[in-house]
Design a protein around this ligand. Structure first.
Ligand code: HAM
Length: 407
């Protein structure tokens, strides 16, 4: 887990703003579910045999002995909130986006943290394959808007529940005679989650898995057509993609389309998602097929160019002596009310010390009010870059500074 400091936060804020603006352009509205949920919610949606639930979830009991968890992802919470609220009985299609911290006890390394941020979207209530395409197109638009070049989608289908179950049994059946060629983890997966063998880190496991048929060979007609139409949309929209038959994803709720977004040869996906046609129903809601994705913000931010924009320069106010400080309270307040970023320092540092601080704060303009100026009802306005200064009547100082700052 890490801190985000000033200097970084500006970059984050501008990315957050761009992501939200693109999501709004596609008709999405923000939802803010809580960070803590019942652990059972994640078990029922992500699956107890997944790495997230079996190894990575942060869970605890509250004072009443309830089993709770810090959310490891956003989809389950959004679906829970959807089911519990009136959103699920209103419209046919609901488009939601969310942003915030997720928690997974992952092995920390580049691009993998224990607290990380996701920007996610969920389109609840769309069955047509073009929705899958449009969701991916929106993600593509977000990366374009952020000037992230060379990104492409890896896509696959897991089929509907029937196809997925049939395929799971085929993999289990074909590979159970080859246990010796599978790593210890995959021997366990053979029982708990056979499809995860397809994307095991061990190349020997992946090679062994290739001896079984690919999912496209066993899909029902509807699933085949669905996947075909998703690709049709992507081709039409000019979205770069590759079909990756070993892409299975680590969360149980996916059905049919799954995808990951990569940039250049980075091995970590920047974003990932897919369709989850039964999750809303499984969590007690109506039968509403849905699709969505989440962007890993740390991974995204690491791809963004350093901003060349300088942080805004404050007007720095120096008030020397008690009388001037009292008058200063009014002046600083009117400068801020006029929309000028203003800082001041109440410590007694002497003029030199204050000017040094003003420099450190990056101020371009400085105002100085001392006893002498108080007597004349004037204020000194100093340009910190050129060193030039002018005296201005105190009552005109806000107007004058506005002109100078905005010149
Ligand atoms: P996910 O693949 O688990 O999917 O996570 C989505 C993205 O979050 C990843 O592609 C990655 O960029 C980022 N991410 C995941 N784990 C970490 C980590 N430990 N450190 C840093 N970044 C990480 C989901 O979470 C699904 N809820 C996505 C989704 C939404 N599917 C449908 N709707």
């Amino acid at each position: 887990m890490h801190d985000l400091l000033p200097g970084e936060t500006e970059k984050w804020q501008s990315a957050e703003q761009i992501l939200a603006s693109v999501a709004k352009l596609y008709g999405y509205r923000e939802i803010r579910p809580p960070v803590i949920e019942e652990r059972a919610l994640f078990e029922r949606s992500i699956g107890t045999s997944s790495d997230i639930i079996s190894k990575e979830i942060y869970c605890f009991q509250d004072r009443k002995g309830r089993n709770l968890a810090l959310r490891p992802e956003g989809t389950a919470s959004v679906v829970r909130a959807f089911v519990e609220s009136e959103l699920s009985h209103r419209k046919k299609i609901t488009r939601l986006y969310y942003y915030g911290q997720m928690f997974r006890y992952d092995r920390p390394q580049k691009g993998r943290y224990r607290q990380f941020y996701q920007f996610g979207v969920e389109l609840l209530g769309g069955t047509h394959p073009y929705f899958d395409g449009e969701v991916m197109e929106m993600l593509d638009a977000m990366l374009k808007k952020l000037n992230v070049p060379d990104h492409f989608f890896s896509i696959n289908t897991l089929g509907c529940t029937e196809c997925k179950n049939r395929y799971t049994e085929i993999i289990r059946d074909r590979l159970s005679g080859k246990r010796d060629s599978l790593c210890p983890d995959c021997n366990v997966r053979l029982e708990t989650a056979p499809l995860r063998i397809l994307d095991c880190k061990s190349s020997q496991c992946r090679e062994t898995a290739k001896t079984a048929p690919g999912i496209t060979e066993i899909l029902c007609e509807e699933c085949r057509s669905h996947f075909g139409q998703v690709q049709e949309y992507l081709l039409k929209a000019g979205i770069p993609f590759k079909v990756q038959p070993s892409l299975v994803r680590g969360l149980d709720y996916y059905t049919r389309t799954v995808f990951e977004l990569y940039v250049k040869d980075d091995e970590n996906a920047v974003a990932a998602g897919g369709r989850y046609d039964t999750l809303v129903k499984d969590l007690g809601g109506p039968d509403i097929p849905s699709v969505g994705f989440a962007i890993g913000m740390e991974r995204l931010i690491s791809l963004l160019e350093e901003s060349t924009e300088k942080p805004p320069a404050p007007v720095y106010c120096i008030f020397m002596g008690r009388e001037a400080q009292l008058k200063g309270i009014e002046i600083v307040s009117s400068l801020r009310n006029a929309g000028l970023m203003t800082v001041t320092d109440y410590e007694d540092r002497g003029l030199k010390g204050h000017l040094k601080e003003a420099d450190r704060a990056g101020a371009k303009w400085c105002i100085i009010l001392g006893e002498l100026e108080m007597d004349k009802n004037e204020i000194v306005v100093k340009n910190m870059v050129t060193g030039q200064q002018q005296n201005v009547p105190v009552d005109d100082c806000v107007k004058r500074l506005k002109e100078l700052v905005n010149a």
